[in-house]
Design a protein around this ligand. Structure first.
Ligand SMILES: [Fe+2]
Ligand SMILES: [Fe+2]
Ligand SMILES: [Zn+2]
Length: 492
């Protein structure tokens, strides 16, 4: 057999001059993306892993075996029963929002595997597509076991097939990011911004917390997934370098747009998990500290290396590190029956920790929890709806999430009129993203419009049951049903 170095480049870099079809027909801009450049502009495309198919298959099968060995040893129901029940809600949140999004990422990678402009890019994207199958299947199979423990785990599979409001928001993001993007936008949005900027947070940061919590299975699962992400994320930087050279304004636009959209989803999925669902004794750093290290510093540095600026809303983003996930958590707590996982009221010790970690924002957020605690003191144990919102809230017409921008004193919601319709946004960046491509977003109906049009019930309980598909058994509750030892409820 030829040694690897003698054939690898021949196999990876296999492009040729097309003779009976025009390159712009073989690689139309609508699929390949813009700027549309002659192949010469891409021919130096490379990435450091330089994996062969044989190596790929061998490595992946060894990784799968390692994950399944951990599952055999530590992934049984009795192992999960030993964990703090609050932590399991991080698994429900992760399991519902990410594995089937990874399945959509198969499609994005396959588009690049066909329409990426250099053969080495296409090959790396082919491995990326295979990776994403693995990232769908492993969590589905590992978490399926937990349905026996708690019916809310059924939402790991059900979530994206529902009209739950979080699913509407997640589809709005992931359909555009993973299914509708051309190969260049996919490379910059998914491979560079999402996978280089943010998945480290969930897959490395949260994996470290899982170890502290004692959840070996989750720890090993996400660490195994991250080794794949780190490889195919390389596509992003290599594509971005070419786009920065040829059309720096467009490169900056894509980074700005996708950084904001990715931030909002990770603020919820990772922010809730780190600052609320990780038991206090297992916490090492706050979500904000993880964000500072993994995203603000590292991602900020890669932007500078590439000659790009920080997104135009950087100050707003830095400000929101102190507020956004706390605002959404408090709102979602108040509407917990609308989601598929349970919430915990931060204990006095949790609140002291949050105050220490978020000295700028917690003094304004703490009174919200004080009121919730007062309401629970006045209510009977188990009477969740005594401490629950009833009116349907409003959602952002871009991110489709509740209008939680800003602070309890100053919400940053902003609106705009277009073709006789009024649109409302949670923040300036969401509004700007919409204004830059209104034809892409204008026809989407947010939940409130579906209610106004009579397609979804206006009564909250009917909405939760008939439109979101939740039942009394699996909708979100207060994890202690209001029965916290520290709450000192007076006997009545
Ligand atoms: Fe993935
Ligand atoms: Fe990925
Ligand atoms: Zn928004």
């Amino acid at each position: 057999m030829l040694p690897r170095q003698e054939w690898l480049d021949e196999a990876r870099k296999l492009d040729w001059e097309l003779s009976y079809v025009r390159p712009e027909d073989a690689f139309p801009a609508v699929q390949s993306g813009r700027p549309w450049l002659e192949h010469g502009a891409w021919k130096h495309w490379d990435e450091p892993f330089r994996t062969t198919f044989g190596e790929y298959v061998g490595n992946q099968s060894a990784k799968d075996e390692a994950v399944f060995a951990v599952r055999e040893a530590l992934g049984r129901l009795r192992d999960y029963r030993r964990l703090d029940p609050v932590w399991l809600n991080a698994l429900k949140l992760h399991g519902a929002t990410l594995p089937l999004a990874e399945f959509a990422a198969v499609v994005g990678n396959l588009r690049a595997a066909r329409f990426g402009r250099d053969s080495a890019w296409r090959l790396t994207a082919t491995f990326g597509a295979l990776d994403e199958f693995r990232h769908t299947q492993i969590p589905l199979v590992l978490l399926h076991e937990l349905v026996k423990l708690d019916p809310q785990f059924d939402w790991v599979h059900r979530f994206y097939h529902s009209n739950n409001w979080v699913a509407i928001a997640a589809r709005h993001l992931f359909d555009e990011l993973l299914l509708a993007s051309d190969a260049i936008e996919f490379a910059i949005a998914t491979n560079f911004v999402f996978e280089t900027g943010f998945t480290n947070l969930q897959f490395v940061g949260l994996s470290a917390l899982a170890r502290e919590v004692g959840d070996k299975c989750f720890e090993r699962m996400v660490a195994s997934i991250q080794t794949d992400e780190a490889r195919h994320a390389q596509i992003g930087r290599q594509v971005l370098e070419v786009v920065v050279r040829e059309d720096p304004g467009y490169a900056q636009h894509l980074v700005d747009k996708w950084f904001w959209r990715s931030w909002l989803v990770f603020a919820i999925v990772t922010g809730f998990s780190m600052d609320y669902f990780t038991p206090l004794e297992a916490r090492r750093a706050s979500f904000k500290e993880f964000m500072r290290e993994w995203v603000v510093d590292q991602f900020g540095r890669s932007l500078a290396d590439l000659g790009l600026s920080k997104p135009w809303y950087w100050d707003t983003f830095i400000e929101s590190l102190d507020w956004y996930h706390h605002m959404v958590y408090a709102s979602a707590y108040t509407y917990r029956s609308t989601v598929w996982f349970d919430f915990v009221v931060p204990s006095p010790e949790d609140r002291a920790w949050l105050r220490a970690k978020y000295p700028r924002s917690w003094p304004d957020l703490d009174p919200v929890w004080e009121r919730i605690v007062e309401r629970w003191r006045a209510a009977d144990v188990g009477n969740d709806f005594a401490v629950h919102g009833t009116a349907i809230v409003a959602f952002c017409d871009l991110c489709q999430l509740v209008l939680c921008g800003g602070t309890p004193k100053r919400n940053t919601a902003t609106s705009l009129e277009r073709a006789g319709r009024r649109y409302i946004f949670c923040s300036e960046p969401c509004r700007r993203i919409f204004e830059q491509e209104p034809e892409r977003y204008a026809s989407h109906e947010c939940l409130v419009e579906r209610v106004l049009a009579g397609r979804a019930p206006a009564n909250l309980i009917a909405l939760v049951q008939r439109y979101f598909g939740l039942t009394q058994e699996d909708w979100g509750k207060d994890i202690a049903r209001g029965n916290y030892a520290w709450l000192h409820r007076q006997a009545r």
